[in-house]
Write a protein that binds this ligand. Structure first.
Ligand code: FRU
Length: 482
């Protein structure tokens, strides 16, 4: 075991006595924004969900974690298990302590192999002589109880033809039972792609099969694909990935980077897509991943955040959270995404409230709201404070707009603009989950989703409406982490 301790490339093994407790007390100074039913890191920065798997008895949730501050430093895999997405238990984390992961355990996925959990991940390393990034692809094996049994490198660099941006292996079983994994990559001509490998078993060496081709995807300006995930859903093939560099459009691809899906048929390594679109059109959503081994369900988690973006809570030494678990279904070439049934089962009884003018709603900032827009325009202002800050949701009969320009923003957030739009003709059902500084919106039973952070200090739990709306309100159960 090597104890890395080089600036921000510092592992948990190098924590000094009392150091994490001090970070924890900075986190606890945040009285406004820590979520109560979304999973966040105990301290520091969370990013991508990793190694998601159902082991037959419980879910394992890992995520990218830098424990010491709200910045992208040495990445660990924080590890929890849960049976219901309400009660979480800590399990053994993946801590970088070998040369093949000297600058962090980057993203990856998990596969059930016998009674073990095989986690494929990228070992981020830098060559000591010139600091050149060298990506390893590694394997870490856990038992179902969540203990790390061992880890080793599978590949010691990018294959020929690709740059040092080669990462995020997501494993799956091929139809013939062989193990495959797909990595996000950058070609030497600086365009983004994904590459598939195969192994007969975990002791085998990975063989490169080739690139995944998606002829229908406009890859212009795209310089990297991160976090690929290839799976079957409702008799179709689904490819989820995070392409970087897509040109911003008025009502799509409005963030710096995006999470995208393609639904269709996989024919060898060619993905014949019937539909390709952004997965979520809010301000903060990236690097989604589905759980392996869930048989009849497809459950997805994503990072409520974006690469590079800073948030007002960084000063409290914590940064972002995961989405609620989402259950996916494919219907007529479209993906539907809604919170998993466990979230609905753990809501308090819904109360009906008629909104006119201004209404105070106790605990609005950790509430579930549902109403029918009946395809009519509306304008809703959520929350207010003495600085007239508010979060606005409006619909004009075709576009839904979430506007956070009247809330606290960092320079980075401001740079990305104050409004996000979603085209949705015939808007009927609107569901909103507020959790202190995060809001997840689902439209028309999951046809579209918008996930965003928002920051309003000393807020009053008030809604203002320009139209009488009958809404149902409940409160999701607070999660417990042991
Ligand atoms: C996506 C990502 C991955 C990488 C990880 C590092 O957010 O950049 O490509 O493995 O984060 O934390």
């Amino acid at each position: 075991m090597i104890i890395f301790n080089n600036g921000k490339y510092k592992s948990l093994h190098a924590a000094q006595a009392g150091e994490l407790e001090r970070v924890k007390s900075a986190v606890e100074n945040d009285q406004d924004f820590r979520p109560v039913y979304h999973l966040a890191a105990p301290t520091g920065l969370l990013n991508d969900p990793n190694g998601l798997i159902w082991d037959g008895e419980k879910y394992h949730v890992f995520f990218q974690w830098f424990p010491f501050d709200a910045l992208h430093g040495m990445k660990h895999w924080k590890h929890y298990t849960t049976t219901d997405f309400i009660h979480y238990r800590q399990a053994q984390d993946l801590i970088p302590d070998e040369l093949f992961e000297s600058h962090g355990c980057y993203s990856g996925g998990a596969l059930p192999v016998g009674d073990k959990i095989a986690c494929f991940y990228t070992g981020n390393t830098r060559r000591p002589s010139d600091n050149q990034r060298v990506p390893f692809q590694n394997l870490a094996v856990f038992d179902k109880a969540g203990n790390l049994l061992g880890k080793r490198p599978l590949m010691e660099n990018s294959p020929a033809g690709y740059t040092e941006h080669f990462r995020d292996p997501k494993p799956f079983f091929a139809d013939d039972g062989k193990i495959r994994f797909i990595c996000g990559a950058q070609r030497e001509n600086l365009s983004g792609t994904a590459v598939v490998f195969e192994m007969n078993n975990l002791d085998d060496r990975p063989r490169l099969l080739g690139e995944l081709a998606i002829p229908a995807f406009d890859n212009q300006n795209v310089f990297m694909w991160e976090c690929p995930d290839l799976l079957k859903i409702d008799d179709q093939d689904l490819f989820i990935w995070s392409p970087q560099g897509k040109t911003r459009e008025a009502h799509q691809f409005q963030n710096n980077y995006h999470a995208t899906y393609a639904l269709g048929r996989l024919d060898g390594l060619t993905f014949r897509a019937e539909h390709i679109t952004e997965l979520d059109q809010g301000f903060d959503f990236y690097a989604p991943q589905t759980f392996a081994n869930t048989a009849n369900r497809t459950i997805l988690l994503a990072w409520v955040g974006l690469p590079d973006v800073t948030y007002p809570t960084d000063k409290y030494k914590w940064h972002s959270m995961l989405t609620l678990p989402r259950e996916l279904r494919a219907e007529s070439n479209r993906l539907l995404q809604r919170p998993a049934k466990e979230i609905y089962q753990n809501l308090t009884a819904l109360e009906s409230v008629s909104l006119t003018g201004e209404t105070e709603i106790p605990d609005l900032d950790r509430a579930y709201l549902k109403f029918n827009a009946e395809n009519q325009p509306f304008r809703l202002n959520f929350f207010s404070n003495d600085r007239q800050q508010t979060l606005t949701l409006s619909y004009d009969g075709n576009l839904l707009c979430i506007d956070r320009s009247q809330t606290d923003q960092t320079d980075w957030m401001e740079k990305l603009g104050g409004q996000r739009y979603c085209e949705i003709p015939n808007l009927q059902q609107v569901e909103i989950f507020f959790d202190r500084s995060v809001c997840e919106i689902f439209l028309n039973l999951g046809e579209k989703a918008m996930t965003s952070r928002f920051f309003i200090e000393n807020r009053k739990n008030i809604v203002k409406t320009d139209r009488t709306l009958s809404i149902a309100i409940g409160h999701p159960r607070v999660i417990a982490v042991k």
